[in-house]
Each structure stands twice: as structure tokens, then as C-alpha cells.
Design a protein around this ligand. Sequence first.
Ligand code: HEM
Length: 305
Amino acid sequence: MPAQSVILPLPSVHARFLVIKTQQLEVARIKAQLQHFLDTRDRLLTQHTHQNIKVAIAFGPELWARLHNKMPPNFSPLQEITGAAFDMPVVPADIFIHIASERADICFILAQAALQGIRNDVKVVDEITSFRYIDNRDLTGFIDGTENPQMADERAEVALLPEESGVFCEGSFIFAQRFVHDLDKWNKLRTTAQEDVFGRTKLDSVELPDDIKPKNAHISRVVIEEDGEELEIVRHSLPYGDASGDMGLFFVAYTNDLNIINRMLARMHGKTEDGLHDRLLHFTKPVNGAYFFAPSQELLEQILE
Ligand code: HEM
């Protein structure tokens, strides 16, 4: 029961993310379309063996309930955060498709395969073309992914549901959220002030010492220790943007426990008793957000039959 192919390897150079609301589209058409997408992927894989073509297809809770008679453990919609230091929007969606490759044109062909023939029947919440930016940096200039689990076995332990999950084994939950950066505001900060926002150095991503690192630095808010162990997620976020329009980070995390994400978001947005929030949110804004479930490759194939 292998996991879907994009989850465990490290990110490729290019990615494309699709977030889709299926509206009134019948389940049979949804399945046929996704099967066409997978057939196109297989064709491209045989033609372009060295382009690291990897994908994941995932479903929102509402569509999942129409596709399968059992819900994955604790799978419910992402909740908005309101009345906090920074509110957080939610835009529920039905299908999330993660496409990755060393080539942007291959990502494009796959996105076309996902939407060809249904474009006018669905609502595309986001179609985001992402790229790896200098040294794996976010557009703020900071290296993103330093503390991400790197080795496949660690990534599997963090991202995939374990064997005892039965039919859901090797499946993974996804949190996807698009952030729009205010780079004009950000670039006015001196480097040391930017380092205080993340809690790491800019050049080489070294964690600031505890006595210097602010309590509202990004990493101070998202690092949560439980029984002496840090709660981990597998991040696949990548920058996106138009020089003339929105630019920022398409945040994507894979996890076997959505409660970890709920807790990180509460600490970022200022919903915890300490009353602190993540300083990063003064410079970037989430504009949507949703939870999805990516079944194992085998369960996905069964569902699409
Ligand atoms: C760490 C950027 C949103 C969870 C980091 C780091 C950067 C970064 C630069 C430090 C290097 C690293 O370990 O990767 C951003 C940006 C965001 C964003 C630019 C939004 C625009 C989020 C969100 C979450 C999150 C929404 C969780 C819900 C984490 C975690 C770490 C991290 C778990 C690792 C902390 C550690 O173990 O030291 N992020 N992040 N981030 N971020 Fe974010």
C-alpha cells in the first residue's frame, strides 16, 4: 500500500497546486477525470523517466464522505480562527492536487489533464505555479525547510497513517493555505529584525540562542514539545508569484494527525492562553485554507474504479 508519490521525496524544482470545488459535478465524472489525470501521469512517466514526476490527489471531507463509507480518523473541515490577534480564513474545497517535477511544462500538462473537459463545471479556488527559489528560500529570503524531516523513514513516520489504521494506512492528511506576502513592508526591516521574526539567521538558517530568540518568533510559535519530543509535520511549501501581483508562499503540510496543525495555527494566530502571536503574520496574510486526505495509492485506485 505505498503512499502517493509526492509525499516522501524531497521537493522537485517545480510544482503546481490545484484546489478545486467540484460544485454539482457527478461523482462518476470526478472519478473519470482523476483516472485520466493518473493515466496521463503514467504516460509522462514512461516518456520522461528522469524528470521526477510525482503527484498526490487528495479530497476534502465532504467529497470524501461521498466516495468512501468510512472517514479517516479525526478528519473534519479546517475551522476558521476569529477573534484572535490575526483571524484566519478557511475556503473549503473538494480536491487538492499536488504536482511536482523538474520541468514546469510537465507540471502544466498534468494540470491540463486534471481540468480538461470539466473546467466550466468546477470552481478552481487556486491554481498555483510554484518554484524552488534560491537555496530553498522563501521570498522573504529565509531558507524554508531546515527542520523538515529529511530522510524518507522519518518523513513516513510523521506524514503517513500507521499500519493499525487499516484501509487508511499510508494515507496522509494535508493542510494547504496560500499566503500573500507584503514584501515592501518586509524589505524595510533590517536583517537582524527579520531574523527576530523567524528566530533564525538569514544567511544560513541557524537557530537564534534561546536567550535572544523572541517568544513570538515564527519558530517559537510553531515548535511544540510534548513528552520531550517536538511535534513534527512534513512541509512541501513553495514560493509563487507574479511580479505585478500577488506573491508569497503556498503552504502545504502533510501529517498523520491534523490536531498538530490545529495547535500550530492556534499558537501562530494568538488563540492560546499566553496571548502571543506569530510576528510573521505582520508580513504575510493567509487568503484561504483547507484540510484534505490523500489516501494510499492503492486505496485511491480502488476509489476511482
Ligand atoms: C519553520 C517559513 C507558515 C510550521 C519555518 C522556517 C521558515 C518558515 C523560514 C525556518 C526554517 C525551517 O525549519 O524550515 C514560513 C513562512 C510561512 C510559514 C514564510 C507563511 C508564509 C507556517 C505555518 C505552519 C508552519 C502555517 C504550521 C501550521 C513550521 C514548522 C517549522 C517552520 C513546524 C519548523 C520549526 C522547527 O522545528 O524549528 N517556517 N512558515 N509554518 N514552520 Fe513555517
